[in-house]
Write a new protein. Structure first.
Lengths: 289, 250
């Protein structure tokens, strides 16, 4: 190729290169800008209302006296009850599928179903919870019924995360353990689980941050939208942050909308700090073998 | 008396006939080297001696393997106890992501030793046997993965020794190491011979010639020749052995 043609071609190539870079940057900007506008609007509306009283007061008909104490504690109660149930069931299921189950049609069927469950709309889990926990075993509209429903909802996420974590443990470590005369359970308990735990915890925290933002299934099982007390036992009625926010947004008075924005800030802070914990945990334990 | 007696051992991976009619006696407190080109069955053979092949799907084994007179493939054999008797060191150093101390104490612990003082003694004795004690005695709580590759491999040897096996199987233990670490491990193997029976797979013929008392040459699943190492390297009886050790193939 003669030199001039090559030079002309080069200019076109460089131009295309710049266009491509610009197009991809633009695509990214859309998401970032939307997020910035959202956070900006919420902070503008909510920040002035985010006071200590707001955090410590229970809801009220009078906007100046209304707070999110009961919703915040409701969400905490829900997490405290959901996490252990979902963690134990999820990790146990993952251990069974990864370490014990013989590969075959049944295992594949279970595996496929778990993946499908992760995609089931959350309101469906609400119906399940209503039938099974609220009415079936008579837990009523309690925080326990809500927690069990949430546990089922996030179970598939935890199972899949834990399975991946277990699979990532190098087989050389298992072999080392077996070659020393360890049984399968000793190998799982002393080698595989400790090595996989950081990833499992990361997955669990991310699953929990999904649960803390869920609203639909809890409305379905009858979590109340106006709760002026903090639950004192797992069998008490409850509300959670997203429901409280929803309740405020649907009121006509302007002041409640500001309260909703303040509530969203609280929810976001809780969510982001959970995700941050997950990231820190992952970074701390990355590349240990 | 032979501590390991193998008779007419056949092993199949599904359709593939990986070990063909192996018969072999291995003396106690000796070093036996298994040599041969890749895929000849030497590692597979090694793993029949502590039943690590059991974990691979579709493996079928015929024939008998007796260790100390006991058929290790008999129905009533406890695999965990067998592996306590027949330790193993792998090709890649594979310490657990735990402290140096916990790596060595792992074996005794799973076999029920919980007394702190007893564990301390076992850890020190095993690390001394593996010629690692002086290098790590002040950093026992440090992660095993902070050690160098050669140190990690000696740690793995110490870990295997901690359960007091009779036999130590080594699957190319130096192939991932530098020459200096390799020399250290070879020296160590000579030392361990006083108390243990060692079977070592190696790709390195000089290594086999340097460290072993007897050498077995495997080719395509067959035991071609087995005998005194000096004899085998200087006067191979089989043409194929000669071709291999003179570097004509493999």
């Amino acid at each position: 190729m003669e030199r001039r043609r090559a030079e002309k071609h080069l200019a076109v190539r460089k131009w295309k290169n710049r266009v491509a870079a610009g197009a991809f940057f633009l695509a990214t900007s859309v998401g970032i800008a939307a997020l910035a506008v959202l956070i900006g609007a919420i902070l503008r509306d909510g920040l002035p209302y985010l006071t200590w009283d707001f955090l410590t007061n229970v809801p009220s008909r009078i906007p100046e006296k209304a707070g999110i104490r009961s919703a915040l504690f409701g969400s905490l109660w829900l997490m405290v009850l959901t996490a252990p149930v979902a963690f134990v069931l999820g990790v146990a299921t993952a251990i069974y599928l990864e370490e014990y189950a013989k590969p075959g049609r049944l295992t594949r069927l279970i595996q496929t179903n778990i993946h499908n469950l992760a995609g089931v709309p959350s309101i469906v889990f609400g119906i399940l919870g209503l039938t099974l926990f609220v009415r079936g075993i008579g837990l009523g509209r309690s925080v326990l019924a809500g927690a069990l429903t949430m546990a089922l909802l996030v179970l598939p996420i935890i199972v899949v995360a834990a399975q991946e974590a277990l699979r990532a443990v190098p087989s050389s470590l298992r072999h080392a353990s077996y070659a020393l005369g360890a049984t399968r359970w000793q190998t799982i308990r002393r080698v595989v689980l400790p090595a996989a735990l950081p990833s499992i915890l990361t997955g669990t925290i991310l699953a929990m941050s999904r649960a803390i933002g869920e609203t639909a299934p809890l409305i379905m099982i009858g979590a109340l939208t106006f709760v002026a007390f903090v639950p004192t036992s797992p069998l008490d009625a409850f509300t959670v942050l997203p429901i409280q926010i929803f309740n405020w947004v649907s009121r006509p008075q302007e002041a409640f909308h500001h309260l909703a924005a303040a509530g969203i800030i609280v929810l976001l802070v809780v969510l982001l700090s959970m995700n941050l914990t997950a990231v820190l945990l992952r970074n701390k334990f990355q590349k240990r073998y | 008396m032979a501590i390991i007696e193998v008779r007419d051992l056949n092993l199949y991976y599904g359709e593939h006939h990986a070990l063909k009619g192996i018969s072999m006696d291995i003396e106690a407190r000796s070093i036996t080297a298994l040599i041969g080109p890749s895929g000849c069955g030497k590692s597979t053979f090694l793993r029949t001696l502590n039943r690590m092949n059991d974990m691979i799907k579709g493996v079928r084994i015929e024939g008998t393997v007796r260790i100390g007179g006991d058929d290790i493939y008999a129905d009533d054999v406890d695999v965990e106890l067998l592996r306590k008797r027949v330790g193993m060191v792998f090709q890649q150093p594979n310490p657990f992501p735990k402290s140096i101390y916990d790596n060595v104490a792992f074996g005794p612990r799973i076999h029920g030793v919980n007394d702190k003082r007893e564990l301390d003694e076992i850890v020190e004795r095993s690390l001394r046997q593996a010629a690692l004690w002086d290098e790590v005695k002040d950093v026992l709580k440090k992660p095993a993965l902070s050690l160098s590759g050669g140190q990690q491999q000696r740690l793995c040897i110490a870990r295997a020794l901690a359960v007091e096996p009779d036999i130590l199987l080594m699957d190319e233990p130096t192939s991932a190491l530098d020459p200096i670490s390799t020399a250290k491990i070879e020296e160590l193997i000579q030392e361990l011979k006083k108390d243990y029976t060692i079977v070592i797979v190696t790709h390195n013929m000089q290594q086999a010639a340097r460290v072993s008392d007897r050498t077995a040459f495997f080719l395509q699943g067959e035991l071609v020749e087995y005998g005194d190492t000096v004899e085998l390297f200087h006067n191979p009886r089989d043409k194929r052995t000669e071709d291999y050790i003179t570097g004509r193939f493999g």
